[in-house]
Design a protein around this ligand. Structure first.
Ligand code: ATP
Length: 705
């Protein structure tokens, strides 16, 4: 069987063949999804697109504001300040550590289509007149691409289109350069190469191996070596420019492949079938035991690339003599630390680069795969279709603004591993590679449709930054709150009426503040406004600075008589615990599947606070042998996924007071008085839920998972 693309006939020897929009194939009606640029919903003038090789940071991308997800409210926790894109210093060159840098553009997925040059086989198909065969796809303007046979004027619109004469340098300028700036500014950034087998993904991402290993700088070097070259050069520049800030950087790389749904460490290929884990505290996904290596120079990176790519599984197919049979992901985590020369405070930024070369989709009929190749092709196509499915869902979410209960990230290793890049906290660029060959027309069309949907996705990229200077602001806030409290007390006591009258409750503010520091606070229901309960150790505020989580600490000792609340915004959980006078621990734990549903610590804190208010009012109104919890989840339309309640009859008997028994569905009876040691029928009542019927109150509860 003749190869569709000859490995050795890859250099374009002819200019891109001519193309007539209304070719032989009669025009057909488009489906609604096809050929509709999201920007065109509001911008009919999308035909006059920007210059294809203008940096996207400077391009005007007419993305419909209508399609955007509602903006997230700013985080209330200044210690873990993840700046919103709209307020972040980001995109332009030199923005990395400049406070006054211009704001980043939106977090829409940037989609670039790259049309590979015709290969020798295509040229062999030339007609007798010596002209090359008609290409099935062509660039019609800077950001427009047309498929043969489609109505002229209804081209596909992307952020840019690179055609056969585009160089590796052009692609780097389009997506690589902005990626480096984004990373230095603290944004996670990913580039995916997607397309059918033989369309040029591997060539685009890494370039030919010979170009990588050459000492001389080859024009065929791919995106990845160029990105790292630029990264190291920019790091040097930044360090010189901000010498007074004592900027330090460290970069750690890993390289893996997903082959037949199994993860292999490309830097240590004996490590196979590695498992993906999720850190429940930070919600971060990682691959267990994956080799990580520090890189300091371009040479270090080149060595890793050469080693990893040599270990990647490839095989000859009829479509590509050196076809990659796996998805492969090169990751680099960059951390930087800088000092403020004026006040000595420091800040750290971190970002993750994911460079992803997907295995190519293939029509098995066309490639005539058999044996191992067939099995590989099946796995490749399955995981690509799961990726496509996820992209469809994310595009729909971004366009409708409606959240979904379940987003199928875990359907495949690829989507599970790269979930942050897809709809999450990352900037994403997608390079969709297509072939101009007539025999690839169907695949080319389906790649363009995939690209079109990917373009509709909105990610939520934020600057990953922690600033120690925020501690000072918090100290000041604590001082003011304490002053205010003392003033109110000396003016005749705080009391409930005082709080209500002023509409401000310093005790609650302190409680919220303390929660935002990730420290549990104790409510002493009996001595409600005593100084002890207000106590916040200012030194504590420094500790959680480097902590992604706002951790829960168990109730012990003198805190054993009261209520305690904590939240974990990154894990998306909130936690309320209650102890009664007999030291019985009644613990409620609320979990949400998706931390992204929490927009800020304030929202969660407000939600918990509602619950606490109800608990407290019950404490005040009756003996604390009655328990009732109302956790208001409506504030951010949080979809509750799982609610656990556990009752521990004697916390002293257990080393870990959170080792709770039994776990049961929480429902609450607000007015019933029960002995807490038998209160298995506690209810957590959603704020918008109807009051439980008497029958319901009678029910005992079953464990839910
Ligand atoms: N823009 C280009 N310029 C020159 N040669 C190219 C270009 N794009 C692809 N090629 C050549 O085409 C052949 C196939 O490209 P490549 O291996 O990158 O495809 P692929 O999409 O990664 O395929 P697969 O999914 O099967 O791995 C290679 O020989 C490559 O060098």
């Amino acid at each position: 069987m003749r190869s569709l693309f000859s490995r050795h006939g890859r250099h374009p020897t002819t200019p891109p063949p001519s193309f007539s929009g209304g070719g032989e194939t009669p025009p057909r009606r488009r489906t609604p999804k096809e050929n509709v640029d999201p920007s065109s919903y509001t911008s009919p003038a999308h035909h006059h697109g920007p210059d294809p090789f203008r940096s996207p940071s400077s391009s005007t991308r007419p993305l419909s504001a209508r399609n955007r997800l509602p903006p997230r409210p700013p985080s209330s926790n200044p210690l873990k300040r993840k700046l919103d894109v709209s307020s972040a210093a980001a995109a332009g060159a030199g923005a990395a550590h400049d406070a006054a840098a211009s704001p980043a553009p939106d977090s829409g997925v940037q989609v670039v289509v790259r049309i590979r040059p015709p290969c020798r086989v295509d040229e062999e198909e030339a007609g007798e007149d010596g002209r090359g065969p008609e290409a099935c796809v062509r660039k019609t303007a800077g950001n427009l691409v047309a498929i043969q046979g489609h109505v002229q004027g209804q081209d596909f619109t992307f952020d840019a289109v690179a055609d056969a004469v585009s160089t590796q340098e052009d692609i780097f300028n389009l997506v690589g350069r902005p990626l480096v700036e984004n990373c230095l500014s603290g944004f996670n950034s990913s580039i995916f190469a997607y397309g059918q087998t033989g369309s040029g993904k591997t060539y685009t991402m890494w370039g030919p191996l010979s170009a990588l290993s050459e000492d001389s700088v080859s024009s065929e070097r791919g995106l990845t070596p160029r990105v790292f070259e630029q990264l190291f050069s920019r790091i040097k520049e930044e360090q010189v420019k901000h010498a007074d800030k004592e900027l330090t950087y460290n970069c750690v790389c890993s390289f893996l492949e997903i082959y037949n749904e199994q993860i292999t460490d490309l830097l240590e290929p004996t490590q196979r079938n590695l498992q993906i884990r999720e850190d429940v505290r930070t919600s971060c996904v990682y691959v267990e035991s994956l080799t990580k290596q520090y890189v300091f120079t371009m040479k270090d990176v080149t060595q890793l690339l050469l080693k990893g790519l040599a270990n990647r599984r490839t095989g000859a197919t009829s479509a590509n003599a050196d076809s990659s049979r796996s998805h492969c992901v090169f990751t680099c985590v960059i951390k930087s630390e800088s000092k403020n020369p004026e006040d000595g405070s420091s800040s750290t930024r971190s970002s993750r680069i994911n460079l992803v070369d997907l295995a190519g989709s293939e029509r098995q009929k066309l490639t005539h795969a058999i044996g191992d190749r067939l099995k590989e092709a099946g796995n490749i196509n399955r995981s690509l279709s799961q990726l496509g499915n996820l992209i469809n869902i994310l595009a729909e979410i971004s366009q409708s603004g409606k959240q979904r209960h379940h987003v199928p990230y875990r359907d495949s290793k690829l989507t599970f591993l790269l979930q942050e890049s897809l709809g999450g906290n990352a900037k994403l660029a997608m390079i969709c590679a297509v072939s101009p060959s007539q025999s690839c027309k169907n695949e080319t069309l389906s790649t363009l449709r995939f690209a079109q949907r990917a373009k509709a996705i909105k990610n939520n990229a934020v600057v990953n930054e922690e600033k120690v200077e925020d501690v000072n602001a918090l100290r000041e806030q604590i001082r003011q709150l304490k002053d205010e409290l003392h003033r109110m007390k000396s003016n005749g006591g705080l009391g409930n009426s005082g709080s209500v009258a002023t509409g401000w409750n310093p005790r609650r503010s302190l409680h919220l503040l303390k929660m935002s520091l990730g420290r549990p606070t104790t409510f002493q229901a009996i001595k409600e406004d005593s100084d002890e309960e207000m106590e916040i150790d200012e030194n504590d505020v420094e500790k959680p600075c480097n902590n992604d989580n706002m951790a829960i600490s168990p109730i012990k000792g003198k805190e054993s008589k009261g209520l305690q609340a904590s939240i974990d915004t990154s894990a998306g959980t909130s936690h309320v615990e209650a102890l009664d006078g007999d030291k019985n621990l009644i613990s409620t734990k609320r979990s949400c599947c998706d931390a992204k549903k929490f927009s800020s610590a304030t929202d969660v804190a407000a939600s918990i606070q509602k619950g606490l208010q109800v608990i407290e009012s019950h404490q005040n109104n009756s003996a604390w042998r009655r328990a009732s919890v109302v956790l208001n989840a409506r504030i951010m339309d949080i979809q509750p996924c799982k609610v656990d309640v556990a009752i521990q009859t004697d916390p002293e008997e257990s080393e870990d007071p959170l080792a709770l028994i039994p776990s049961c569905l929480l429902e609450a009876s607000a007015n019933e008085s029960r002995d807490p040691s038998t209160c298995r029928d506690l209810q957590l009542v959603p704020a918008d839920a109807a009051a439980p019927s008497d029958d319901q109150k009678q029910q005992n509860f079953v464990k839910v998972s």
